[in-house]
Ligand binder design. Structure first.
Ligand code: GCO
Length: 257
């Protein structure tokens, strides 16, 4: 029973932002636990590299789809194209995210709109497409939204990003309570400070680095791989009675006064 509980054998996962950072680690981790994976990213070179890496390491099928998730009006057609290639999607991981760090008073409408479009609206529209497909197929499924510590609190210069992640937490709870009757579980993972391209400039700043380590009881930055276990839990049968939750994988950050 133990291995079957966390097995994703026979399942197909779709991971947005799956070519690097957290998305790549989650896509690879789900494949290592038996899932075939479809990955969406903008950069074709990074996408191909991720595809070959996951296929080489796991021997699972990997379908790459180059797409800019800011083009939310085209997501429905993209999802249908993905289904043509994969035949089914059982797990949707909304991981794609972007940020612009600036004082709130300096954020223009285009910047705000792009961050919200990629981090929140795209997750909503992709979830709708997933829902419609599952309903046509008469299947349930799992949705995992990649949130942030900023589902819980903010730091200066992050108004668009923090607003998008706060919204993503409430979207998680909204879809969870609406779609539970269709056996669709919707949860979020809240990463702490993780070493990725998005946070590289922060980690390179000595004072910021000291601040993060001082606020993290486990006294280190997280690695994308630190999120894989929680993603497998929420994607597998082990998570069948979990919905509407956020699991913070933050090294203890939110436990600290
Ligand atoms: C920042 C960072 C954070 C992290 C992460 C923390 O500017 O403080 O980008 O937002 O990316 O979201 O959980």
């Amino acid at each position: 029973m133990g291995s079957a509980l966390f097995s994703l054998s026979g399942k197909t996962a779709l991971v947005t932002g799956g070519s690097r950072g957290i998305g790549f680690a989650v896509a690879k981790g789900l494949a290592e636990h038996g899932a075939d994976v479809a990955i969406i990213a903008r950069d074709k070179k990074q996408l191909e590299a991720a595809r070959w890496q996951i296929q080489a390491d796991t021997d699972k099928k990997v379908w790459p789809f180059s797409f800019d998730l800011a083009d939310t009006k085209a997501i429905e057609a993209l999802f249908e194209n993905i289904i043509v290639e994969t035949a089914a999607i059982d797990v949707l991981v909304n991981c794609a995210g972007t940020t612009v760090r600036a004082p709130a008073e300096d954020v223009d409408a285009n910047t705000w709109n792009r961050v919200i479009e990629v981090n929140l609206t795209a997750a909503f529209v992709m979830s709708q497409a997933f829902f419609r497909h599952q309903r046509r197929a008469g299947k349930g499924g799992k949705i995992i939204n990649i949130g942030s510590l900023m589902c819980h609190g903010a730091r200066p210069t992050n108004a668009p990003y923090a607003s998008s992640k706060g919204g993503l937490l409430m979207l998680t709870k909204s879809l969870a309570v609406e779609w539970a009757k269709y056996n669709i579980n919707v949860n979020a993972i809240g990463p702490g400070y993780i070493t990725t391209e998005l946070t590289a400039p922060l980690q390179a700043d000595e004072n910021f680095n000291k601040w993060v380590v001082s606020k993290t009881p486990l006294a280190r930055w997280g690695q994308p791989e630190d999120l894989v276990g929680t993603a497998v839990l929420l994607a597998s049968s082990a998570g069948d009675f979990i919905t509407g939750q956020i699991v913070y994988v933050d090294g203890g950050w939110l436990a600290l006064l």
